[in-house]
Write a protein that binds this ligand. Structure first.
Ligand code: LMR
Length: 334
């Protein structure tokens, strides 16, 4: 009898050891935007590629639309290891104490995606990612979204049209100063709360790339959208460092390869997604879309230019100078 029990026990232990050896490594990937956005699509792409390249050894579970955590909470969850992967917007690293990332929030600092990629895909981007490591975070890639535009319930043609307006922004000191530069009242709020805040009039307007505005249906509660393209919003794909470094080397390598492909995909679709979203907004007939003239665009640039000198110390003068050198932007020559 005893021998039989021993045999059963051994068999059960062997079975569970095999099951454990075969159970996939689960990577929870949490984000705050809709699934049909550049970030939403790229994270699903990564999940598929990861399954394929690791041959099922890793399973990436994507949670969109703040299903698990809101903005600030998701960063804490990553550091605690409750989720393993995130792609927060670059503005979300300032509150973490890595203020250099707020350099991306400076108005008009990048003229276009080519300028942006000189930073995100080059040595400056890599050295910024390295600054996350003491926080227990490893940066894997930069993913594009696009340039932000202002929306409100009243027309926006000149900077003065934003005067006195309560405008929702992400939690960034540079963005606060940017709103103040046009006489607006910055209101920091989690992304998942913006639609309702616009609907109920808690805030008057906001800024976001069109893909975010459209997929959250913000255009249904905003009568005017002006294509100011005044600042950039994109992402850093990050993982819990301890988790990542603890992965079997072969799996980590395969996941890195999957991330490389997902990054190429993300940066390929970002502009297309924003273009499609803009078409959607126009077709909805709910929001009047305004394209500022060259002079009107220059008026916004000039109004926001002082933000650069005012906030230079926050992100570091040297970093800003390096970016200016790469992109050719000079806030003193407008
Ligand atoms: C926002 O809070 O407006 C954005 O960070 C949302 C996002 O992740 O694109």
């Amino acid at each position: 009898m005893k021998l039989r029990n021993l045999f059963i026990g051994l068999a059960a232990a062997t079975f569970s050891a095999i099951a454990m050896a075969q159970a996939p490594i689960v990577i929870k990937f949490s984000h705050v935007v809709a699934a049909d956005t550049p970030k939403g699509k790229a994270s699903e792409f990564f999940a598929k590629k990861a399954a394929e390249l690791t041959k099922g050894k890793a399973k990436v579970e994507v949670y969109a639309n703040s299903a698990l955590y809101k903005d600030k909470e998701e960063m804490e969850a990553l550091q605690l290891g409750a989720v393993q992967m995130l792609a927060p917007s670059l503005a979300k690293f300032g509150p973490l104490g890595v203020k250099e990332f707020e350099a991306f929030d400076f108005p008009y600092i990048f003229d276009d995606t080519a300028d942006l990629h000189k930073i995100t895909q080059g040595p400056v981007g890599a050295s910024m990612m390295a600054k996350l490591e003491p926080k227990g975070i490893k940066g894997l890639a930069f993913w594009d979204n696009g340039f932000k535009s202002f929306s409100a319930n009243t027309p926006i043609k000149v900077p003065g049209d934003l005067k006195g307006k309560k405008l929702r922004i992400q939690s960034s000191k540079v963005l606060e100063e940017q709103i103040r530069s046009v006489g607006g009242l910055p209101q920091v709020m989690a992304f998942s709360e913006v639609y309702q805040a616009l609907q109920t009039g808690v805030v008057d307007g906001t800024e976001n790339p069109i893909s975010n505005l459209y997929t959250q249906k913000m255009h249904e509660v905003q009568k005017h959208l002006t294509l100011t393209n005044h600042g950039y919003l994109g992402y850093a794909v990050i993982v819990n460092k301890k988790f990542w470094e603890g992965l079997p080397a072969d799996v980590r390598g395969q996941l890195e390869a999957a991330m490389k492909e997902a990054t190429a995909y993300a940066n390929k679709i970002a502009q297309e997604e924003n273009d499609t979203a803009l078409e959607g907004v126009k077709k909805s007939g709910k929001t009047a879309v305004y394209m500022p003239s060259k002079d009107e665009r220059m008026a916004f640039k000039k109004a926001m230019a002082p933000v650069h000198a005012k906030m230079a110390d926050r992100v570091g003068k040297d970093l800003l100078q390096t970016i200016y050198k790469e992109t050719g932007f000079d806030p003193n020559k407008l």
